[in-house]
Design a protein around this ligand. Sequence first.
Ligand code: IPM
Ligand code: MG
Length: 360
Amino acid sequence: MSKQILILPGDGIGPEIVAEAVKVLEQANQQFGLGVELSYDELGGGAYDKYGVPLADETLERARQADAILLGAVGGPKWDTIDPALRPERGLLKIRSQLGLFGNLRPALLYPQLAAASSLKPEIVAGLDILIVRELTGGIYFGSPRENRVLENGERQAYDTLPYSESEIRRIAKVGFDMARVRSKKLCSVDKANVLASSQLWRTVVEEVAKDYPDVELSHMYVDNAAMQLVRAPKQFDVIVTDNMFGDILSDEASMLTGSIGMLPSASLDARNKGMYEPCHGSAPDIAGKGIANPLATILSVSMMLRYTFNQGAAADAIEQAVSVVLDQGLRTGDIWSEGCQKVGTREMGDAVVAALRNL
Ligand code: IPM
Ligand code: MG
C-alpha cells in the first residue's frame, strides 16, 4: 500500500531545506522500497498569498487524507502586519489542532562531531541525549477566552487563558512515560505547580498515570528551575514532559545545547501515530534564498517520520547514519561550522547526505 506524504514547504528557508529533505526521502524510498508518494501544498504566508488564509480548507483536507506531513517552516516579516488572525503561525496552530497532533517529540541529541559548536563546555554536553515531549494542542496557545479590550478607565488590556483538562494531561503524560520506558526509564515532568492551578492539576494527573508505569522513575521540576538546570547540568535529564508553552521555550533552549537549532527535528503525533514532521527552527527570513540554511533538521525529521509513522526503523537508522557520515567528513553549514571544517551550502549538504545514504 502506498504511503501518501503531503509536503508543505512553507516560507523563508522552508522550501530550500524541504527540497533537500525530499531528495533524501526519495533516495530512502528507492533503497528501502518504501512506496511513498508525494504531493505539495502551501501553509503559512505562502498560503495566505495564494488562498487568502494561512491554512486553506482544501489543504487541511489533503492533510487529513495524507499518512504523514512534512513541513518546512512558516512566517516572515512580509506577513507581520496583516490581521493577526491570518498570520502564518495561525495556520500552523490550526493544522496541529485540527489534526489532533497533541504529542510533540523534540529530541535534543548532541552529535559528538559537533561538541565544539555548543555554547556550553564539551564536558557538560558530551553524550547529551534528551527528549522533550511537549503538549501541542492545548494550554495557553488555544485557551479561551482571549481578548484585547479597553477597560473602563481607558487603559488597554489583553489576556490569555491557560486551561488543561484531565484527559489532555493524561494522554500527553502517557506519551512521556511510553518514551521513557524505551529509553532510560526516567521521566521529569515540568510545571509551575507552585503558582498555577493548571500546573497543580498537571502534577496530580501525571502522578496518577505514574501508577501504571512502576518501572519508570518520575520526578517533577518547576519550569524556572528546569530552564536553569538545562544549562547547568543538562545530562541529568532523559525524557521531559511538559505543557505547550513551557515546551516551546525549553525546546529552543535545549536545542542550543547541541550546537545549533538547525540540527533538531520534531514529530507531532496524534493518538494513532499519524504525524506532521518539521524542524524545530523557524523560517529564518534573514537567510532565506541564500542557499546557506542547514537542511539537517528537516532531513532528520524525515527519519523520525519513517520511524514513528511508518515503522521503518532500518530506513530511519540509515538516514541518521548518513547524517553522521557527512559530519565525519567534516561538512558543515555556517551555523555548525568550526575551524578546520569545510563550509557547505544547503544543497551540497543535502547531496552529501544522499550520497552517504546510497553508499551505506
Ligand atoms: C514552534 C514554534 C511555533 C510555536 C510558532 C511558530 C507558532 O515556535 O514550533 O516551536 O510556538 O509552537
Ligand atoms: Mg518554538
